[in-house]
Design a binder for this molecule. Structure first.
Ligand SMILES: *Cc1c(COP(=O)(O)O)cnc(C)c1O
Length: 820
């Protein structure tokens, strides 16, 4: 039963936003919900009480939003993502509700510092990196631009591991974001679904041309929903992030327990709960684990059952699904959904295959996030078949349809047929999830202009030929609420003083700031804000690592997952070369620099972990060498996450976006820095290309091979050894690292790593080194003239508004979802 259409129910009075009332309510929550006397309450208790008070303000708007969607019959958008890298939520919610001053003053009246308790909130890291952060920015933007949307994902008990350093090596520790409870979430016991695995398929009935099958799974678990409200800017709309937790059907096997097997009695329970216990720490490499496939199916099936239930609660039947529902697949992780929707339509709701297929394709759309061959998800056919036998049948049926169409109607060659097939026949047979997602969707988008073009010519060239209207581009974005207004309040105030508040509702209205680029009084204020942010970061580094930084030095920052294609190695090799130069030429006018790094390496990724150790080894040597005279410091800040990014991004003078061209799909870190007035040194890769278009060539430092040149070099043969021998600085830096200058305790630690550059240089570190080093000296030259640097900085902030995720979401809504 639902009462959404009943108008006669009483509604609670709107909650007050007066600080006195807020303070009273905080005390009330502390007393009656947490059961603590204010006199002995701990900071965590204050945090929870405050969140509960804020949450009430959100709930009113949440229900209003849900009612509106229902009443207007608006199309609902479902964003399926295995990752949501949300970070902390309190500041986001308070700021979007417009209650920052009121909450701050309510807490002050209670003797509580909002900054102290805000810093205690757990950083929800239910994702690895950019893909998960994009999902979080999208959730906020969908609420902001008034798209009725639900995010669906997994409620991992342990998010991305906590990174610690032990003697410069990465050590992974479990992350426990739920340790103090999670006051944001609501457990929805009524929204639970059964999810099956394994078993067999039975033919039940039907005619020859309309056979009916039913799947009899051997195992079952329950998917239970936990909802978190997501508040849009100015509290306009509140959407739902629904995360699924696995629970056992039988919490305890009583017979076993009574027979004395107390551990065995909990076997089912433990097995079910282990399904959603941990986030896979994979980034760009397939986890290759059965558990991962189980996670993917678990959350896909739960989400689809939920979507269908909600649709049927409001509409007569599922024929109208594509008109009322758009499902976006964030990468291939949820792409088993295509087969699951087909199963639900055909086997549970009685649709014929062709009708179901039409509904399915019109409902789904898919975002591709990577072209790296090792990151294109595929599953061994025997594993998939054992776990999901009915889905395997459906996949074969779809594949048959598509391949016959390609062969008969389009006359595709054998090679083309092989590449569009969902089954990869080279080596062991594998199911290609990218092809499944592509074939099952009406829209496939890349995440930057360059990446979308490359998609058409590489991985999906043949599918693009078969379905030429499906691929489109939606360049990524970032929410300016979190990545400017909240993380950089100083800059936000300064911009408001200069150009008013319009930019707060439309980031592209930062443009008028251009008029101040050469205004020296404004430049000085802009620089003063940056300096304050650099001092804040210096304090964090001093406190966590005991390293003292000079805020007058240029803060040169590279923070992102550690990966060979992102080329932290290029950066640290150039740092070693610079170190040599500073010592060889003390008479020259060197600009003081601090090189900051942060990022996590996948636990199984040997070279990435070795690069972290190298950065720390180089850091120890350089930071302790008096002949550097404070001109260069190197710092690796441990445990990169959203909260750390919020401190580091506003403090950057220079942003390092130096991936091997053609390998970074978009990047969003690049956008955060540019918006906060850092200048980018970068390659023509991902969204850097569009940043160049937006900020102008004078305001960005572009260097290195283009994607096309990289591809040509790889095809035509690249001779890194000859190149290195021709570049004295590079040769010397490599020799120093390789021979153990930075690793006296283990002289051969980096020999193999460096040998990879000599032998094949797959990531074009040697090929791009000279261009990179030259560009860095140009950066120094501009830095030496502060008025010039400041003007470029202001142009960056003024011209980065296009990279707001509001713009991205509007494009998705209009061109893919036809919603909102
Ligand atoms: C923005 C962000 C990323 C993505 O950074 P890229 O530089 O685009 O790879 C990854 N992790 C966190 C915590 C972020 O905030």
């Amino acid at each position: 039963m639902n009462n959404l259409s009943k108008a006669s129910l009483p509604t609670p009075a709107p909650r007050s936003s007066r600080p006195e009332i807020l303070a009273e309510e905080i005390i009330e929550r502390l007393t009656y919900r947490i059961g603590k006397d204010a006199k002995v309450a701990k900071p965590h208790d204050w945090l929870t009480a405050t969140i509960l008070v804020i949450r009430d303000r959100i709930i009113d708007k949440w229900m209003e939003s849900t009612r509106k969607t229902y009443a207007t019959g608006a199309k609902r958008v479902y964003y399926l993502s295995l990752e949501f890298l949300i970070g902390r939520l309190m500041r986001d919610a308070v700021s979007n509700l417009g209650l920052m001053e009121e909450i701050t003053s309510a807490l002050t009246s209670l003797g509580v510092d909002i900054n102290v308790i805000a810093g205690l909130e757990a950083d929800a890291a239910l994702g690895n990196g950019g893909l998960g952060r994009l999902a979080a920015c999208f959730m906020e933007s969908m609420a902001t631009v008034d798209v009725p949307a639900y995010g669906y994902g997994i409620r991992y008990v342990h998010g991305l591991f906590r990174q610690q350093m032990a003697d410069g090596w990465q050590v992974e520790l479990p992350e426990t974001w739920l340790a103090h409870g999670n006051p944001w979430e609501f457990e929805r016991r009524e929204s639970a679904y059964e999810i099956g695995f394994g078993g067999s398929v039975e033919f039940v009935a039907g005619h020859d041309d309309t056979p009916r099958y039913v799947w009899k799974p051997a195992e079952r678990v329950i998917a239970a929903a936990f909802d978190t409200p997501v508040v849009g800017w100015r509290g306009k709309r509140v959407n739902t992030l629904r995360l699924w937790a696995a629970q056992p059907i039988d919490p305890i096997l009583l017979d076993a327990f009574n027979a004395g097997d107390h551990i065995g009695a909990l076997r089912e329970s433990n097995k079910a709960e282990s399904l959603t216990r941990v986030l896979y720490p994979a980034d760009g490499t397939p986890a290759g684990q059965e558990l991962r496939l189980r996670q993917e199916f678990f959350f896909s099936s739960a989400s689809l059952q939920d979507i269908i239930r909600r649709h049927l609660q409001q509409y007569d039947d599922l024929t109208s699904l594509p008109d009322k529902v758009a499902i976006q697949l964030n990468d291939t992780h949820p792409s088993v959904s295509v087969a699951e929707l087909m199963r639900l339509l055909c086997d549970v709701h009685g649709f014929e295959f062709d009708t179901a297929w039409d509904i399915t394709r019109k409902t789904f759309s898919y975002t591709n996030h990577t072209l790296l061959p090792e990151a294109l998800e595929s599953w061994p056919v025997p594993l998939f078949e054992r776990l999901l036998p009915r889905h395997m049948q459906i996949v074969y049926a779809i594949n048959t349809k598509v391949l016959i169409e390609a062969r008969k109607e389009r006359d595709f060659s054998d090679v083309e047929i092989r590449s569009i097939s969902m089954i990869d026949e080279t080596g062991d047979r594998r199911l290609r999830m990218g092809n499944l997602a592509f074939i099952g969707s009406h829209s496939i988008n890349g995440v930057s202009a360059l990446h979308t073009d490359l998609m058409k010519t590489t991985v999906f060239a043949d599918l693009h030929k078969l379905y030429p209207n499906r691929i489109n581009n939606k360049t990524n974005g970032i929410t300016p609420r979190r990545w400017l207004m909240q993380c950089n309040p100083g800059l936000t105030s300064l911009i408001r003083e200069a150009i008013g508040d319009d930019f707060m509702d439309d980031a592209e209205k930062l443009k008028p700031l251009e008029a101040f680029a050469h205004d020296s009084a404004f430049q000085q204020k802009f620089a003063a804000v940056k300096r304050t942010n650099k001092i804040a970061l210096s304090n964090l580094v001093a406190q966590r690592m005991g390293i003292k930084l000079d805020p007058n030095a240029m803060f040169d920052i590279q923070i992102k997952r550690i990966h060979e294609y992102k080329r932290q190695l290029l950066n640290i090799i150039e740092t070693v070369a610079l170190y040599d130069q500073i010592r060889s030429h003390p008479e020259l006018d060197w600009q003081p620099r601090v090189k900051l790094f942060a990022g996590k390496a996948a636990p199984s990724y040997h070279n990435a972990k070795l690069i972290i150790k190298l950065i720390n080894d180089v850091s120890r040597v350089i930071n302790n060498d008096p002949s550097v005279r404070g001109l260069l410091k190197v710092v690796f800040v441990p445990n990169y996450n959203v909260s750390l990014a919020e401190v580091m991004v506003p403090a950057a003078d220079l942003s390092e976006q130096i991936s091997t061209a053609g390998m970074e799909a978009s990047g969003t870190g690049n956008m955060k820095f540019g918006l906060n007035g850092a200048l980018t040194i970068g390659t023509l890769d991902g969204a850097n290309v569009e940043m160049l278009d937006n900020v102008g060539a004078d305001n960005i430092f572009i260097f290195g091979l283009t994607a096309e040149e990289v591809a040509n070099k790889r095809n035509d043969g690249h001779n890194p050894r000859a190149l290195i021998e021709g570049s004295r600085e590079l040769a010397q830096a490599l020799a120093a690292i390789s021979s153990g200058v930075f690793s006296p305790d283990d002289r051969t630690r980096y020999t193999a790593l460096i040998e990879g550059i000599y032998a094949h240089d797959w990531f074009m570190v040697a090929a791009d080194f000279d261009a990179y080093a030259d560009e860095q000296r140009l950066v120094d030259k501009v830095w030496a003239t502060p008025s010039e640097w400041q003007a470029k900085t202001i142009f960056n902030t003024a011209r980065m508004g296009w990279f707001s995720s509001d713009r991205t979401i509007r494009q998705y809504a209009k061109e893919i979802w036809r919603a909102g």
